[in-house]
Design a protein around this ligand. Structure first.
Ligand code: ADP
Ligand code: MG
Ligand code: ZN
Length: 644
């Protein structure tokens, strides 16, 4: 995303290699034809073998040169010759060869060599001088021209090819013979221009990193007391929470050189290139100390070495080089290594041991206050109405990472421009949140009247189930305007404050709210539609977690049935039990969902009139606010709980 310091070579082959290859081939061909031309100069004519022998016998030929593949005859000077002593059955042939021999322009004949025992005999008998050519060229020159020169040319071409390949794959200057070396200087950013003020909501991480900055400023303070600075710190957390940003901020605060590489920069097709890059990097960093080396996405090289089929030589070599470089350098010189990853569980243990990345800094998704602070950082860059309530936005974006919040502010600014407004309003911000969550409004999608009714009752079903239960979040907005990410309508709920724990009752109530959409379809229209797919998937996930992760089922009690992998990415669950137990889990999950569905149906049946009135109002207005919803509901003093 922000790798502005990358080399960007195009994927196409540099044209000079093709030229070079073409020239090399041409030169070789030229040399060869030159050589054969030297062997055979003068005008010549090909004739039949028997004609040739006949001419010899007739004494028309002066000398014969016997070559490996041909016989060359040099005719006598054009003087009248005696008739041949032998009888010739082919008179016409005789005439022809005579005519040929008389041609003054021709100075030799040749014919293909046929194995002929009598050849020498015939030549001797006719008194023709014969010989076979002696190569009078220097054999060394010959060898050079036919072998060494072409080899040199082809070697040169391939060196240029390899060289440009290595350059394309992220190396630096790459001279003619420097294949495989990188120039880590490419990656130095002297000033990142980012400080800790640009990073919000990560106070603990900042505190840990502050110490590193302090060390780079006054190392003596630490050395006097005999404290060693940690060599490396590993920033761990989900994507978009500001790990890269924090590393840049450290460099900005410490005001030292910043070497920034991504783990994938080391991973090469050629074994040994990555390792030599690591070596180069550390060499240069040592020269520029104090400085910071930052390896982003370190999991690309730091993957655990064991448990792999086949393994990956290149990555292992690179990792080994990194390990030994980290051992080899002296942190008192002021070189600090930072690395970032969102998959710490796959890192090789050797990387994590004391003396290497011994400090782990967790960069979690921000909490409510953190989100508000991050929004504050980002709204500084846009013109914002003073009436905007950032706390409300922060409340509506539970679970969002810093990158999402930056995105929301930008979306809001774009919307303000679209609406030709001079500043960003609260409405822009709320709409941006929805765009991030559900996609853009799809006003041009025309639903039939019937579909619209079904969607309206479905959504009001959700809202009512939420309002009529105790452990739920207040309804913020109900809409039946379709969105690009698939929703035909939805209910937006917003917590009044942020929770870090969820009780079993809250979870059950939420599953019930999810079930209420389908319940409304059934009660009002006696229908089941595909619109409930998302609700069903959410409810099932939650019920499964209750059983398998949180020990909230009667059947299994507090037994761990699955574990979480990749906690900073997709948080995938891996089952820990046999397939027999698996079937029981499914049953338990089903029971929870079933119970909640019955409860949802009960609630809606008890609130049939409210359901109809609010749904009709929604069909007419397409989007209603939580206040409008509560106003109608207040007319029916069921067991309604006060919401605002
Ligand atoms: P990652 O953790 O994946 O490395 P980045 O550091 O690249 O995330 O964050 C991407 C962008 O998101 C940053 O450039 C910044 O604009 C924004 N961002 C993320 N976290 C924060 C934060 N804590 N404070 C301010 N902005 C943040
Ligand atoms: Mg990053
Ligand atoms: Zn629904």
């Amino acid at each position: 995303m922000n790798d502005k310091n990358k080399n960007n070579m195009g994927p196409k082959m540099p044209p000079n290699i093709l030229y070079y290859l073409a020239v090399a081939i041409l030169v070789t061909m030229l040399i060869n034809s030159l050589l054969s031309f030297m062997n055979s100069s003068g005008t010549s004519k090909e004739i039949k073998y028997n004609e040739f022998i006949q001419m010899v016998q007739e004494g028309k030929i002066d000398t014969v040169e016997i070559q490996s593949d041909r016989l060359i005859g040099y005719p006598k000077a054009a003087e009248p010759t005696e008739p041949a002593p032998t009888q010739d059955p082919l008179a016409s042939m005789f005439d022809q060869s005579k005519a040929a021999a008389a041609d003054p322009k021709l100075d030799k004949f040749y014919t293909g060599y046929i194995y002929d025992e009598k050849l020498l005999e015939t030549l001797n008998a006719s008194g023709v001088a014969y010989s076979t050519p002696v190569n009078d060229r220097n054999p060394i020159v010959d060898l050079f021209l036919t072998w060494i020169l072409p080899i040199l040319l082809i070697y040169g071409a391939s060196m240029i090819l390899l060289n440009s390949l290595s350059k394309r794959m992220g190396g630096g200057k790459g001279g003619f013979m420097s294949f495989g070396q990188s120039n880590a200087k490419v990656y130095v950013e002297k000033k990142t221009g980012i400080t800790f003020d640009d990073v919000a909501g990560q106070e603990e991480a900042k505190e840990s990193l502050m110490e590193i900055v302090d060390f780079l400023h006054n190392p003596e303070k630490y050395m006097d007391i005999g404290a060693k600075q940690p060599k490396g710190a590993l920033l761990v957390g989900p994507p978009g929470t500001g790990k890269t940003l924090l590393a840049k901020a450290v460099a900005g605060e410490a005001n030292v050189a910043f070497f920034s590489l991504s783990g994938s920069d080391f991973v090469e097709m050629f074994v040994g290139v990555g390792a030599s890059r690591v070596r180069d990097l550390f060499k240069q960093a040592n020269q520029m100390a104090p400085c910071i080396i930052f390896i982003d996405e370190i999991d690309a090289i730091g993957k655990s070495r064991d448990g792999q089929i086949g393994g990956n030589d290149e990555r292992e070599q690179t990792l080994n080089q990194l390990l030994s470089e980290m051992d080899g350098f002296d942190s008192s010189k002021g070189v600090v290594i930072l690395a970032a990853t969102n998959r710490p569980e796959i890192l090789d243990r050797a990387l994590l041991r004391p003396g290497r990345f011994d400090r782990r800094i967790i960069v979690e998704r921000p909490d409510l206050k953190g989100r508000e602070d991050i929004l504050k950082v980002h709204v500084k860059k846009v013109k914002m109405s003073t009436k905007v309530d950032l706390k409300k936005i922060a409340l509506a974006t539970s679970g969002a990472a810093g990158a999402d919040l930056a995105n929301i502010v930008n979306e809001a600014a774009l919307r303000a421009v679209r609406m030709s407004r001079m500043e960003v309003s609260q409405e822009d911000m709320m709409e941006a949140v929805e765009v991030i969550v559900a996609g853009k409004e799809k006003k041009d999608r025309i639903m039939t009247e019937k579909e619209k009714r079904i969607v309206a009752f479905h959504e009001v079903g959700h809202a009512l189930a939420s309002a009529r239960q105790k452990n739920t979040q207040p309804v913020q907005k109900i809409t039946i305007v379709p969105r690009t990410m698939g929703a035909l309508g939805y209910v937006m709920q917003m917590p009044e404050e942020e929770h870090y724990l969820m009780t079993k009752d809250e979870m059950l109530d939420e599953i019930t709210v999810n079930m209420a959409g389908r319940a409304a379809e059934e009660i009002v229209f006696s229908l089941q539609t595909t619109g409930a797919a998302n609700d069903i998937s959410n409810a099932t996930k939650m019920a499964r977690n209750m059983v398998a992760l949180y020990g909230m089922s009667d059947k299994f009690g507090m037994m761990a049935l699955s574990s979480i992998e990749n906690q900073y990415l997709d948080g995938r669950q891996v089952s820990q039990v046999s397939s027999v137990t698996e079937a029981d889990i499914d049953k338990a999950v089903n029971e929870i969902i079933d119970g909640c569905y019955k409860k949802a149906k009960g609630i809606l049946e008890a609130n049939r009139t409210e359901l109809a009135e609010i749904a009709e109002f929604l069909i007419q207005k397409e989007t209603i606010t939580g206040e409008e919803f509560m106003e109608i509901l207040a007319k029916y003093p069921n067991e309604a709980k006060p919401l605002f």
